[in-house]
Design a protein around this ligand. Structure first.
Ligand SMILES: NC(=O)c1ccc[n+]([C@@H]2O[C@H](COP(=O)([O-])OP(=O)(O)OC[C@H]3O[C@@H](n4cnc5c(N)ncnc54)[C@H](O)[C@@H]3O)[C@@H](O)[C@H]2O)c1
Length: 279
């Protein structure tokens, strides 16, 4: 028997990376899965983005675990598209128990060079997308008197770093949003929490040349080997990255019955980066 038998989870940004890992972790515990993803490039983000085949692969991998899955192209910036995702999920599965607001983008830009468009894209996806996803599922969860919502913030949502002011602002915002939603939704049996990962081994780090460059500005085309020491130095436990599955473990805790009285909380899964923060 799985810990999530009979549950249905909606995961934003499920075409790859952490979103796919959460989908598979939940499916292994018995949940059916709805994933939405933009599956297209974004002008201001020089990262190779996933395509429709990647989203279809996520669906196939969930189905290979004998769970049902839906993969829907949708942009978390678009309330109408999110309403469509919720509608399709309810038409297929009848209910949504879990929302993982995971979709996000990042790219480093010096503070004074952040354009209005850079700012809007970063805030609209990483903060606005979390708000809109929660708002899209909350009425249904309120009606049922049950819900588990987890948003992905970041360690830089708790401790700032340079070159990422727009991303940092969005990720700090996610924690405030989660705490606020937690208070309002608590009387309806809904918990709302955040996870703050350190750097995670996904394409967000590896498929955007600007991410290595920020740690090795003097090298023309830095390789992963060039930047391992800099990445490692951010964590107290000396690893450069954690795995998506490490973040999924935290997600599984937050959506479990054992966490029924945990809400408005922020969990760092950060190889001890957080040990440097104030309490
Ligand atoms: N990788 C890291 O080091 C790291 C660290 C801390 C926090 N995070 C956060 O973790 C989350 C997952 O990132 P990841 O590491 O899996 O990266 P990733 O790039 O592999 O996955 C992000 C997913 O979000 C999707 N997405 C982006 N914009 C979208 C939009 N407008 N609408 C719908 N989907 C959209 C992408 O297509 C992609 O599938 C993000 O919120 C990210 O900011 C990542």
């Amino acid at each position: 028997m799985g810990k999530l038998d009979g549950r249905v989870a909606l995961i934003t940004g499920g075409a790859r990376g952490q979103g796919r890992s959460h989908a598979l972790a939940f499916a292994r515990e018995g949940a059916d899965i709805v994933m939405c993803d933009l599956v297209e490039g974004i002008d201001t983000i020089p990262c190779k983005m996933p395509d429709a085949d990647d989203l279809a692969d996520s669906v196939k991998q969930v189905e290979a675990l004998d769970r049902r899955a839906l993969g829907i192209k949708a942009d978390v910036r678009d309330s109408l598209q999110l309403a469509g995702v919720v509608e399709q999920a309810l038409a297929t599965f009848g209910h949504i128990d879990i929302l993982i607001a995971n979709a996000g983008v990042v790219t480093p830009v010096p503070f004074v060079d952040i354009s209005d468009e850079d700012w809007s894209v970063m805030l609209d996806i990483n903060l606005g997308g979390v708000f809109k996803a929660i708002r899209a599922v909350a009425p249904h969860m309120i009606e049922r008197g049950y819900g588990r919502i987890v948003a992905t913030s970041s360690m830089v949502g708790r401790s700032p770093v340079g070159m990422l002011a727009h991303y940092v602002a969005a990720k700090w915002g996610v924690i405030g949003l989660v705490k606020s939603a937690a208070q309002e939704l608590a009387p309806h049996g809904i918990t709302v929490n955040a996870i703050c990962p350190t750097n995670v081994n996904t394409d967000m780090i590896h498929a955007n040349p600007a991410m290595y460059k920020v740690f090795a500005p003097d090298i023309e085309n830095p390789t992963w080997e060039d930047v391992i020491p800099a990445f490692t130095s951010m964590n107290a436990i000396p690893v450069p990255l954690v795995d998506p599955s490490d973040i999924s473990e935290g997600m599984l805790y937050y959506v479990s019955e054992g966490a029924r009285y945990v809400t408005g909380e922020t969990l760092s899964i950060a190889a001890g980066w957080n040990a440097r923060n104030t309490a």
